[in-house]
Design a protein around this ligand. Structure first.
Ligand code: F0G
Length: 445
């Protein structure tokens, strides 16, 4: 499927940006030239997936497409029980509700916005146990997503109750950084000593498996599909946003190995998502996802996908533009602090940079800094994350290398523009996940 895109004038973009409250989430898609807001649900489906869309079994219960999906998850991820959900956060909600009790502590290798929200909503407290290197955009550690075993053990020793470890692969907020197999194995051994299960956020686990193949000794000759299976085998369950690795526009699932826990999830899913054999998806959506899973683990696909992200990242590195290194699996992250070294974090440097980039070229990116981090639930204060980033997220199988060149040129123009903005002030702040709908105004003097 191809889609026309439209070039706009700077004047048009200035008006659109003001109308959108300087928040790229509030722009209209038709005002965007190259859309790097997210890789979520924005990938192009293959001919084989589209053919599957025609084979939708839209029965309310027991659709054949559900069984195809279940089979694909069992085969490629290895979990026993599969509960479909409308997207990743639906799975996070169900998992949090069935596992977390008020007062629990949930350790994880860096927060993700919706994941932490659901953990807190269920009464839990998220504690970050990622290695320190993850918070440093210049550290070249090959597995910046790794769990810091000392930090984790401290939590396991001191917390009143830990329902599970929340393990993300790759780590979105750290810059799409992978976890090593060695680290997953060691984390498993440590959690076993304390009787704590591991729940994987498998949203981009195929990309993680690819990095293991490329970087970890002993994995060069293994297939990405086999690496994925091994990684999942050290975990007890998985939440999935089908909108990323599995190459669909909508869908997700929760997978579990424990039969009793799966029964609880199947029971709750009917309240929030739909019957346990469709979970908010049409039969055709489940078929497209089952086929997307098969395509996503092919070595040729994943090499081309991550390779395109690396291409853009390396171009920017060559031009001495400050980005998070190493380059991640799904996106290139601009280090807004180094674009605007004099701007205080409370003036929202990354939000400002995303707005400037849109103004320059119509390229849409996303803030991943103080706005995304939100506020501490107890004190009401902003979190001040070390990472103040703008994410250039690459949809799968959509853009060409020429589009990447246009993006790089615009980033370069914004970086070298001597006329630096002063930043933004927030004039509307929603209560939950504020980055989606917050509105801003430029600080003029
Ligand atoms: N986990 C991770 C690591 C994610 O990146 C996302 C979504 C989710 C869970 C939630 O899944 O959107 O299907 O409900 N990330 C998108 C992004 C929104 O742009 O990074 P969802």
């Amino acid at each position: 499927m191809v889609e026309p895109i439209r070039m706009t004038t700077r004047e048009h973009r200035a008006a659109a940006l003001a109308e959108a409250g300087y928040n790229t989430f509030l722009l209209k898609s038709e005002d965007v030239y190259i859309d790097l807001l997210t890789d979520s649900g924005t990938s192009a489906m293959s001919d084989w997936q589209w053919a599957g869309m025609m084979l939708g079994d839209e029965a309310y219960a027991g659709s054949r497409n559900f069984y195809n999906l279940e089979e694909a998850v069992r085969q490629y991820y290895g979990y026993s029980h599969v509960i479909p959900t409308h997207q990743g956060r639906g799975a996070e909600h169900i998992l949090s509700q069935i596992c977390i009790q008020p007062g629990d502590t949930v350790p994880g290798n860096m927060y993700f916005t919706t994941t932490r929200y659901h953990q807190e909503h269920a009464g839990g407290e998220f504690v970050d146990v990622i290695i320190d290197e993850a918070h440093d955009p210049t550290s070249l550690h090959p597995f910046k997503g790794n769990v810091d075993l000392d930090k984790l053990e401290h939590v396991l020793k001191t917390a009143r109750r830990v329902p599970y470890l929340s393990l993300a692969a790759t780590v979105n907020m750290a810059g799409g950084q992978p976890v090593s197999m060695e680290n997953v194995r060691a984390t498993r051994a440590l959690c076993d000593r304390y009787g704590v299960p591991i729940m994987l956020d498998g949203t981009r686990a195929v990309e993680n498996a690819y990095f293991i193949q490329q970087r970890e000794p002993g994995y060069q000759d293994k297939k990405v599909a086999d690496i994925l299976r091994e990684m999942c085998s050290y975990t007890d369950g998985c939440t999935m946003s089908g909108k990323k690795d599995p190459l669909v526009n909508i869908g997700g699932w929760l997978a579990l190995n424990d039969a009793a826990l799966a029964d609880k999830a199947r029971n709750l899913v009917v309240v929030y998502e739909g019957l346990h054999t469709y979970g908010g998806m049409a039969g055709r959506d489940m078929e497209a996802m089952a086929r997307g899973i098969v395509e996503s683990v092919q070595d040729d696909h994943i090499r081309a996908r991550v390779g395109q992200v690396q291409y853009l990242g390396e171009l920017l590195i060559d031009w001495a533009i400050p980005v998070v290194q190493p380059i991640g699996g799904h996106a290139v992250y601009l280090d807004a602090r180094r674009f605007y070294p004099d701007m205080p974090q409370i003036n929202f440097p990354a939000q400002t940079l995303a707005a400037e980039l849109y103004l320059d070229s119509g390229v849409r990116a996303m803030e991943r800094g103080i706005v995304s981090a939100g506020r501490n639930k107890h004190t009401g204060d902003h979190y001040y994350p070390k990472l103040e980033l703008v994410r250039l997220t690459i949809p799968r199988r959509v853009y060409t290398q020429a589009h990447m060149d246009v993006v790089a040129e615009s980033v370069d123009a914004v970086y070298r523009n001597p006329d630096k903005p002063k930043g933004l002030k927030m004039v509307y702040e929603p209560e939950y996940l504020r980055f989606f709908q917050a509105r801003f105004e430029p600080i003029r003097e």
